[in-house]
Design a protein around this ligand. Sequence first.
Ligand code: HDD
Length: 728
Amino acid sequence: MSKNTTDNPALPNENDKAKDLAPDIEVSTGEFMTTNQGVRINDDQNSLKAGDRGPTLLEDFIMREKITHFDHERIPERIVHARGSAAHGVFKVYKSLAPYTRAGFLQDPTRETPVFVRFSTVAGSRGSTDLARDVRGFAVKFYTQEGNFDLVGNNMPVFFIQDAMKFPDLIHAVKPEPDNEIPQAASAHDTFWDFISLMPESAHMIMWAMSDRAIPRSYRMMEGFGVHTFRLVNDKNESHFVKFHWKPLLGVHSVAWDEAQNISGKDPDFHRRDLWDAIASGNFPEWELGLQIVPEADEHKFDFDLLDPTKIIPEELVPVQRVGKLTLNRNPDNFFAETEQVAFHIGHVVPGIDFTNDPLLQGRLFSYTDTQLIRLGGPNFHELPINRTIAPLHNNQRDGYGRQMINRGKSSYSPNTLGGGCPFQAKFAEGGFTSHAERIDAHKVRERSPSFRDHFSQARLFFSSQSEPEKNHIIDALRFELGKVKTVAIRERMLVILANIDNGLANEVAYGLGLSIPKELPGTVNQSIPADADPQSYESVNPEGKLARSEALSMANTVKNSIRTRKVAFLAADGFDDAAVSLVRTALEKEGAIVEIIAPKQGFILSEDQKQLEVHHSFLTGASVLYDAVYVPGGVNSVATLAAEANAVHFLNEAFKHCKPIAADEAARQVLEATYFHKKLPPDAEEDTVLREGIVVLQDLKALSDKFILAMKQHRFWEREKPRRVPA
Ligand code: HDD
């Protein structure tokens, strides 16, 4: 570890964690190259040889050191969540939560707590695409003054399984198949659906995973959830149950599945780049921390079990209180040192936060430290700069691989007299972590609680809470995924599961697969399959008398009040109308959107009046799927060029297919007329038409800008999809 730069300007000392990291930052500007022993190197181009055409000498300690280090540069990737991106930031609570918790970072609205947040996909390898249909990890490390608190959540509020015992099976099933390691970063294959079709408890999570939540537009536009029910404990040692939420201020938005697959080719780093660029340009992503708090006395008030991680608490039953804000404001300096080596653990809690007996949570408490031991090579991973606490650290743990801390003194045991009894234990009142003294009086059993048996009510609640386009996307996703499954009996078993959720859904999927829903569960004759795998044997609480819809579950109800950081492609060529480009660009940028110019070739294009405009991408390097909206300015020559340019027409067709807002000057109508959708252009650009159709063609550029912004705030016009689907 290099400690040579104590006042590195690259790292603003804006908070305690940044100060803590500063001594570890290495900057080589203006420095000589050295070996790891600090010896200056005078030739890094040639190995030491016996003559310039002779063999390389073993004596060459410089080359040996360099190659040895290189040979050891890789560590095992995470078994799940291998592909990720992270950022530094801060968290602040809005008002003291002292009535519920004594956690120091949740007391004082003036206290800013440093955080490091890592987003990830689950199934793919480190180098896989960001746009896989998958759950996204949302892991937050709070560097609090009382120690590190890790909230290791996902962008979906439930999980596939109820008991950690099944986690290795779930992951073996979803990972590439073991004989040929196919497919990468995809759940659309036999082993995954084989497992799922035998695990009715995954029904609710499957609805989320097949929904558009699994293909977010951006990490910055997805919710986060702690999933399990946790406890908050106050300074009177009173406990409340709590569910943690992250609510993105930019709203919750997704891309289309066809688009996701395209982005995977055009820019597999799409989410990573998006996060990096937003932070680098000062558009700091923000989320509010939300809490659903349930008094202990209400533990059994619900018709599901709070300890069951396949259940949500509908927001209609317990509202989400927004209690603080998370802002990501600094990109990491080094991917490996920070994003790769950060070690999250659900068991990293601080006084004031505690666990429940959720059996998935309980198993996780074992797994996370265990995995770091192999991944980071030993028990001292907490000393890596990114993992290090900013709270004072004293205990009697010693030694091990890579130990950094130099512990002074003779005693490394407790109790002791030789060390004056130090370090001391801390009483509850002195901030000592004291586990909530929950009363447990039970038999030791390997069993699942009967209160965990209803697997379908909330799956149904989720499906019926979706808008029509969202429902269609779920149907399409299931047709796609199950369509990739080769074993027909697996597809049929899934149809039985789906029929337990919603008959209409099951019928639609069955139609797409060319199957009918079997009366009995096919292919489960094997003795090793648990009898419980039969979904018919589960309770499915009747929807009558239940919550039929929950508004919060549909992304259609998300906030649609901003176009900040949305990327807009302007399609133009030589001879474009400069006034139009300037006016619309200024209007969009004023609202925080990002405009990029796409032209037939890179470099510069010239306007009608010979003004130069820098091109961001040619049609070769830019693609419609990388933008949120598209605009075509006027200008006789530009319009003629684009109308004859297949790539420009394809760009527009694809934007239409993916339901994106499209705007064009009246003078550019010729370009739109070359598209397949021109016959469907709305007759006018009145506000309600714009809000319905998302297409604005106007002469008045001011009105065009206003309506285009209105359309962009809607994000997508999914209604366009079904009746007008085209091959693009
Ligand atoms: Fe896990 C990583 C989230 C269940 C075992 N998990 C990991 C990460 C996230 C989650 C976000 C990536 C952290 C990072 O960025 O480094 N995991 C969840 C959620 C779960 C969940 C929300 C259910 C509610 N996980 C779960 C179970 C087990 C694990 C039941 C094991 C019994 N998870 C791991 C792990 C990982 C991990 C193997 C891989 C890398 C790591 O821990 O550090 O230990």
